[in-house]
Design a binder for this molecule. Structure first.
Ligand code: B12
Length: 532
């Protein structure tokens, strides 16, 4: 059977100018590859199906081109894959464009957001035939055998005679080794290794990709819905299976890999086996991962560094123990200090800290403590995101209980907590404290860790125009920016926060209004003023 798979994205990703195409002619994208559809494509091809992938980050395949390709090639199913609440509006827009042009093609949604809101998505999107929940590998194979009557396909939400039918959940599959390695080569795009969205600095021009070696994280952080998506379980691939994939990536010319595992730093024995497998196979691909600061695998940081682990990203979140407890992080400030210094002492080149600001019950003193704590930690890079709430997280349930959100009307919206929770600081105070905090932090890093700071800047300057590196540095001192800068793509990438804010605001457009917004305009989130 012929299947199309599309990775739907909110326009936070930037295709670098064609002038910088890779040697293999592929366009370069500054972002993460769509490992979800790549995983499914490999499974489909292994079972003899045909699969064509599209990524909305590719400026050469806008929605119109995808719709035309469907007309030309007549796939039996078009699967739209999207991660989050912020990309759901774009999935709806594309599904409606496809349906408007092709009455008969079957359309399926899949991914975290669709999984956690399946019945409501199906109700709101009659043009979508199937909402697929959870892991897609076996589900998609089963669905292709039962497109006319999916009543027996576990994990599918569909409709019969206008009634939404929510089939039973699919048993969580623990044997992840059974699936082939993601199909990374047939999507003619190369991805650039850069820091997560908020610090769009290029780390290298090596051929870059992501890999998922485990799924899930059982900790109860209030802002996260991963435990719900994975039924509170943590599942992993065997070290042999992971090392075999590294070998294949080596042969395919990849030089850098980032693990999209929710928590890689679990099961020390597994990490040890992966590292020794990489070394024994003589693989020198640089890789990065993320995990918790209370990991019991910290004694393996030196072995990870020896196996070319260059980046570890920790969910630090706050420099106030009160706020860590409010977020149910179940970690202490001491554990943060220990983990960061263990990673640096082990020779991990880039240790990154994810922080959230604008938290419930957070005072200006708590925010100051967060920036001063971050300054003293031997972190190389850091991101301070505004805490947001979306359905599926414990915080959402709390907010429904406090009457701050209406589960029935707001289920597809993405809120900054400071916009709806009176216990948070007002947005303007948060921005002012963040800007002042970043100034103090930069000053402290430059005066107390000059060598570490110089090393990081040297890495950025090796890969980006000096003007962009300088812009990354001065941006916190420039306060809130309005509209894109005049510089090249790279700098425009720096305007992430504006794009992010617009994407989040876009989730609050009522569904019937989205339809009214012409596709092209819908592709680029409208300015905030247009939404009020
Ligand atoms: C890597 C990652 C990112 C990367 C981007 C990755 C990318 N490919 O674009 C970056 C750093 C850019 C990112 C950004 C953001 N992210 Co993020 N991200 C993740 C993370 C950690 C892993 C995603 C991944 O690669 N999974 C691995 C692949 C193999 O799995 P998958 O894509 O889910 O696909 C599988 C199934 O879902 C299913 N499936 C998927 N699609 C389809 C389609 C069909 C037809 C079928 C049958 C099956 C199917 O089958 C696949 C194989 O089993 C997830 C956490 C998680 N574990 O999901 C958070 C996560 C998805 N992100 C999240 C959020 C909130 C964001 C941001 C909004 C953060 C922000 N404020 O900016 C942005 C928005 C990005 C966007 N485009 O929507 C939330 C989403 C929650 C929600 N309900 O909205 C998550 C769940 C994290 C969390 N803690 O809650 N993210």
């Amino acid at each position: 059977m012929k299947v199309f798979l599309v990775h739907v994205r909110d326009p936070q990703f930037y295709a670098l100018p064609a002038a910088t195409r890779s040697a293999n002619g592929n366009l370069r994208i500054m972002g993460f590859p769509p490992i979800g559809i790549m995983s499914l494509s490999a499974v489909l091809k292994q079972r003899g199906h045909e699969c064509t992938m599209f990524d909305q980050a590719n400026p050469e395949t806008p929605n119109e081109v995808i719709v035309e390709s469907i007309a030309r090639e007549q796939p039996v199913l078009v699967g739209l894959s999207f991660l989050s609440t912020t990309s759901y509006p774009y999935a709806k827009i594309l599904a409606r464009q496809i349906r408007a042009a092709h009455l008969d093609v079957r359309i399926a949604f899949g991914g975290v957001f669709a999984t956690l809101n399946a019945e409501r998505v199906k109700q709101q999107c009659p043009e979508v035939d199937y909402v697929c929940r959870g892991d897609g590998e076996q589900l998609l194979l089963d669905l292709l055998e039962s497109l006319d009557d999916p009543s027996g396909v576990a994990g599918v939400t569909w409709a019969r005679d206008g009634q939404v039918v929510h089939n039973p959940n699919r048993a969580l599959d623990r044997n992840l080794d059974q699936w082939p390695f993601p199909d990374r080569e047939s999507l003619k795009l190369d991805f650039v290794e850069s820091m997560p969205l908020d610090v769009p600095a290029v780390l290298s021009w090596e051929r870059f990709t992501t890999m998922q070696t485990s799924r899930g994280c059982p900790w109860p952080c209030v802002f996260c819905d991963i435990p719900v998506f994975n039924e509170g379980k943590w599942r992993s691939r065997s070290p042999q299976h992971v090392v075999e994939e590294f070998q294949m990536l080596k042969e395919q010319g990849y030089g850098a890999v980032y693990f999209v595992d929710d928590h890689f730093l679990l099961q020390p024995k597994r990490i040890e086996a992966i590292c020794s497998g990489i070394n024994e196979a003589g693989i020198d691909i640089q890789w990065g991962c993320e995990g918790r600061v209370d990991s019991t695998a910290q004694h393996l940081f030196p072995a990870m560094a020896k196996a070319h682990c260059r980046t570890i990203m920790f969910g630090v979140e706050s420099g106030s123990q009160k706020i860590l407890d409010r977020l149910k992080k179940e970690q202490t400030l001491e554990e943060v200090e220990t983990a960061v210094s263990n990673a640096k002492r082990a020779g991990i080149e880039i240790v990154h800290g994810f922080f959230v600001v604008g938290n419930p019950d957070e005072t200006a003193e708590d925010m100051r403590a967060t920036f001063d704590f971050a300054a003293k930690l031997r972190l190389d890079t850091f991101a301070f995101n505004r805490l947001c709430v979306y359905r599926g997280t414990p915080l959402w349930h709390e907010y429904v209980g406090r009457g701050l959100v209406d589960d029935k009307d707001d289920w597809y919206k993405y809120f900054k907590c400071s916009e709806i929770d009176p216990t948070c600081l007002p947005g303007a105070v948060i921005n002012a404290e963040r800007s002042a905090g970043l100034k103090r932090l930069f000053r402290y890093k430059l005066t107390h860790y000059p060598v570490q700071t110089f090393r990081l800047l040297r890495r950025f300057v090796r890969h980006m125009p000096l003007r962009d590196v300088l812009y990354l540095l001065v941006k916190p001192f420039l306060g809130q920016q309005q509209g894109p800068t005049k510089n090249e793509v790279m700098s425009r990438a720096v305007e992430q926060s504006a794009a992010k804010d617009a994407a989040a605001l876009f989730t609050q457009v009522a569904d019937d209004q989205i339809a009214a917004i012409p596709p092209v305009a819908a592709a680029a989130p409208p300015a905030a003023s247009a939404l009020r």
